[in-house]
Design a binder for this molecule. Structure first.
Ligand code: SF4
Length: 708
């Protein structure tokens, strides 16, 4: 019997897992008591990991044009067809769509191949659907995509404000930590701001069930309320920030009286004022926000409205203080680190970072190869599929994600894939509906087989270790990408024999020409983890970036000195003008649609549906409806009903939910044609995007409800 430490492959909490192996099988999992993300805890999904493995249903052999082939044949076909596409249609006719499920090493080589050597900017990721708005908000406020806080800050706070975040279901171990901290500190208060009453409300001292999409109005109101009552931190603002006057002026373009804000947010004014008073009175405030903020056509503004209030009150860079974006996926942050968003270049350098293109070009050059980096950002996720629709993209390589399920206007995405001349899919599962659109299918390794690193929501890099060999002929993503690169003639730049070598290069690039204390200094710097040999890489303990010569043990909290990553070192308060949802309600679609995760499922259920006990929680697709709405629309509890949305229908069983606001319904995002041909949430949504982040408005759709 052996025990190996690794990390959970599900949510952005990034819990450490102790895996027990016996006779070549993974027989049990437990929380890793030494991992600082969870200190031994696991949620129900994490504790069922060993129930979700096995060869059944796995993709075992490569396929080209429907025929099983040897790896060499498949890799040759990928390289030849990508090269032919670039030759005939130009490098921008090639694109990649990646995933927050990939390990950092997979992500790094994919980004390097597509942007660096194929030369296309069109590489984006499903993390666009998860936290792109938070990224854009961080960059506007702090000058870098940097999450200031640690999980300890949640426990040290006197006030925790959960906004658009059902921590109890979507980040359960973090919720457990918060719950324990609240028990230990009776003075701690928790406020939940969410249109739905969720399980997170169990520990709430105050619940604000606001009108969907009115978050920016609420936080603009808070900023003005603090200013009007002398509750701003004038010293902090003067020393460490710019932009207060403009942010306040923008807030005051609306009536900021308590009554007006409360009316716009559909809240009780007294409860709203209680929140404002609590926020203004406490220095140690942490505001975790998640997809309820990000998945909006004004998600970036909403994030900045929250950050504005923290900056204005000096509630940042202290123990138990700060705005805290909690990422959804296990390696959404790792993908951002390598440059896996279409607007990024590499290692937190963007196209507009001075000297970045030249710097990355020199770093990736080899004695006989010079990369040819694009000069401007590429298409973001939804735009990418629209470019395919328009016939601009001729070759798409999708890795570890299923856009045919997860993107808005799912059927148009499918039509785009249908017409794309070359679709390559790297996948673990044999029967996802995406494979029907693939010309070339590449069997990839999965959790328990993959070996590399991930970064969780608190910037903590952890090892995800290989426990078992991949089944059949499945291979690691980094290996597949490097083999294709070699066939394209770039072998010299992709001559990695082990993920440790990729991580080393990634760490060195992060610190390459990054001069401490100079304008343009990059916060994401893990050069202190460069030059690890394989043994040291394998033994790497969880550590929070930056990790540098000056901070060899990592960095728990950012901005403690009040210096930010902007050219002048000052944080920015950003003027925010609140906007409502783009998906308008109308006579044909009069109900507001909210979509989200449920406690025991993950993404498109390819893994979690294999565990009967996870399926028991919510065994079928459902529609949560307020009792009064059910009566109004002629449906009753447990009855099958139909939602009609922008791009199609969704059929699910009605669940009457007292915590659902009137005029609004909720559906889970997990079910798809593989499990239910009629319950694909992506069919209900129109593709309205945040103009800054490109993140789709998945939380505020418009639908009609009728009995089936
Ligand atoms: Fe895995 Fe997230 Fe649960 Fe932790 S909280 S065990 S990372 S799903």
């Amino acid at each position: 019997m052996r025990h190996i430490s690794t990390t959970c492959p599900y949510c952005g909490v990034g819990c450490g897992v102790r895996a027990t192996l016996a006779d070549g099988q993974l027989t049990a999992v437990a929380g890793d008591a030494d991992h600082p993300a969870n200190y031994g805890r696991l949620c129900v999904k994490g504790s069922a990991l060993h129930e979700t493995l096995g060869e059944q249903g796995r993709l075992m052999r490569p396929r080209v044009d429907g025929r099983e082939v040897a790896w060499a044949t498949a890799l040759d076909a990928v390289a030849e067809r990508l090269a032919a596409t670039r030759r005939e249609h130009g490098k921008e006719a090639v694109a990649a769509y990646l995933s927050g499920q990939l390990l950092t090493e997979d992500y790094y080589v994919a980004n390097k191949l597509f942007k660096g050597f194929i030369g296309t900017p069109h590489l984006d990721t499903n993390s666009r659907l998860c936290m792109a708005s938070a990224v854009a908000a961080h960059r506007r406020a702090f000058g870098a995509d940097a999450v200031p806080c640690s999980y300890e800050d949640l426990e040290e706070a006197e006030l925790v404000v959960l906004v658009g975040s059902n921590l109890a279901w979507n980040h359960p171990v973090l919720y457990q930590r918060l719950k324990v901290a609240k028990t230990r500190n009776p003075l701690m208060r928790v406020v939940v701001i969410d249109p739905r009453v969720t399980d997170s409300c169990e520990i709430a001292d105050l619940y604000l069930g606001l009108r969907p999409g009115s978050d920016a109005r609420l936080f603009n109101g808070l900023l003005a309320w603090m200013a009007d009552r002398g509750r701003l931190d004038a010293l902090y603002l003067a020393r460490h920030t710019r932009g207060l006057d403009a942010a306040l002026a923008a807030a005051r373009e609306d009536d900021v009286s308590l009554a007006a804000v409360a009316a716009d947010c559909d809240l009780d004014p007294e409860r709203l004022e209680t929140f404002y008073y609590w926020f203004a009175s406490q220095l140690h405030v942490v505001t975790p926000f998640s997809q309820g903020i990000n998945q909006s056509s004004s998600g970036t503004d909403k994030g900045n409205a929250i950050i504005n209030c923290h900056l204005a009150g000096g509630k940042l860079g202290l123990p138990g203080a700060g705005p805290f974006s909690i990422t959804g996926q296990p390696n959404a942050m790792g993908g951002r680190e390598v440059g896996g968003l279409a607007n990024q270049l590499a290692a937190h350098m963007d196209y507009d970072s001075p000297g970045a293109i030249d710097r990355v070009t020199r770093f990736w050059s080899t004695p006989s190869l010079t990369p040819s980096l694009p000069e401007a950002p590429g298409h973001k996720a939804v735009d990418l599929f629209e470019a395919i629709e328009r016939g601009e993209i001729h070759a798409l390589w999708i890795m570890a994600t299923n856009p045919a399920v997860s993107l808005p206007r799912a059927d148009r995405v499918r039509a785009a894939l249908e017409q794309c001349p070359l679709v390559i899919v790297s996948e673990c599962v044999a029967d996802t509906d995406l494979l029907a659109y693939a010309d070339i299918v590449l069997p990839a390794s999965s959790w328990s087989e993959k070996d590399g690193t991930v970064t969780n929501s608190e910037r903590r890099i952890s090892r995800q270790r290989g426990l078992l060999p991949p089944p059949g002929e499945a291979r690691h993503d980094w290996w597949i990408i490097c083999e294709v690169a070699r066939r394209l003639g770039y072998g010299e730049a992709f001559a990695y024999a082990h993920p440790a070598e990729i991580f080393d290069e990634h760490a060195r690039l992060s610190g390459f020409e990054n001069l401490p204390g100079t304008p343009g200094e990059r916060l994401f710097d893990i050069s202190g983890l460069a030059w690890l040999d394989r043994a040291a890489y394998d033994a790497l303990a969880p550590i929070q970036w930056p990790v540098t010569a000056a901070a060899p043990r990592g960095t728990a909290r950012l901005f403690e000195e009040g210096r930010f990553a902007t050219p002048d070192g000052l944080a920015r308060l950003v003027p925010v003008r609140p906007r409502g949802p783009e998906q308008a309600l109308c006579a044909a679609r009069p109900l507001r649609l909210n979509t989200g995760r449920i406690r025991d499922q993950w993404h498109t259920m390819t893994r979690t549906a294999r565990s009967p006990r996870l399926m028991n929680h919510r065994p079928e697709p459902f529609i949560e409806v307020a009792p009064a709405d059910a009566a109004a629309w002629g449906v009753s509890d447990q009855q099958l009903a139909r939602l009609r949305g922008a791009g199609g229908d969704y059929v699910g069983r009605v669940r009457l939910a007292k915590g659902q606001r009137r005029g609004e319904v909720f559906v889970p995002m997990h079910w798809n044609d593989r499990f239910s041909g009629a319950a694909l949430a992506g069919r209900l949504l129109a593709a309205h995007l945040d103009p800054l982040s490109g993140q789709p408005e998945a939380k505020q759709g418009a639908v009609a409800l009728a009995p089936l």
